[in-house]
Design a protein around this ligand. Sequence first.
Ligand code: NDP
Ligand code: 8X3
Length: 257
Amino acid sequence: MSVFISGASSGIGAACARAFGAAGKELVLVARRKDRVQALARDVAKAHGVQVHAFQLDVRDRKAVESFIEEHAGLLSAVEVLVNNAGLAAGLSAIQAGNVDEWERMIDTNLKGLLYVSRGLLPKLIEKSARGGNCHVVNIGSVAGRWTYPNGNVYCATKFGVRALSESMRLDLHGTGIRVTEIAPGMAETEFSEVRLGDKEKAKAVYAGMRPLSAEDVAETVLWCVGRPKHVNIQELVVFPTDQSSVTLVKRAEAKA
Ligand code: NDP
Ligand code: 8X3
């Protein structure tokens, strides 16, 4: 059995790869940054003696995803756990001043990318489950998929969409035995804010004076959900850092003068 993780080159996806590797699972990792995902694959394989397959894949590219699934049909037939993690926020501005290219990047990655990968892999998981496999889909949503915040608009909409797709998968997969979990993290310090804001210093300021979740904290919740007995499905899990009580209420230490 193996675990497929999209967006495994950094942050939560990379932490999931390390955690599943440490648990002895064979891994299939994809991301656009080939060097990063391949280096991680080598590290995890060396540290835990597991097989790790790493590929360059842009989940927004429908044809590339379809060819990838076809080309690696044998390898992918062993997948029991699909972690739909690849995603991003681009920008933070009011709708009336929004950048349409950024909107398209978010919609194409967070929604269409998740759908392309799921469309390719779910039939394989259904077959696997019918043969007794313990199959599970984990979609990485966000607290932004439950509550909106000023200027979050399109990112929030994509994550509300991930929540809707997670519910839909549960309905559409009803009776197959495949579990579907949506994990909705609050602020986690990864490359997320740097990607969103395009600036390391601005990204650092997002977490100033508070303790965010780490990628490893989120990966632990993913492993915990997957590790429940087969008859137990954690449908949704919301995890905030203690310093964050809502999407807009964050406790920060005073900056020292
Ligand atoms: P990172 O930026 O650290 O990681 C994002 C990952 O997604 C990278 O591995 C990136 O790889 C991959 N990715 C992005 N676009 C594509 C693409 N087109 N094709 C394939 N892979 C892609 O951020 P996080 O780890 O924080 O983000 C992971 C998920 O967690 C996202 O879905 C995000 O929305 C969600 N999330 C994050 C939170 C946070 O506060 N950090 C909170 C709630 C949810 P590459 O660039 O190499 O393609
Ligand atoms: C990422 C968390 O609060 O920046 O999904 O939207 S937030």
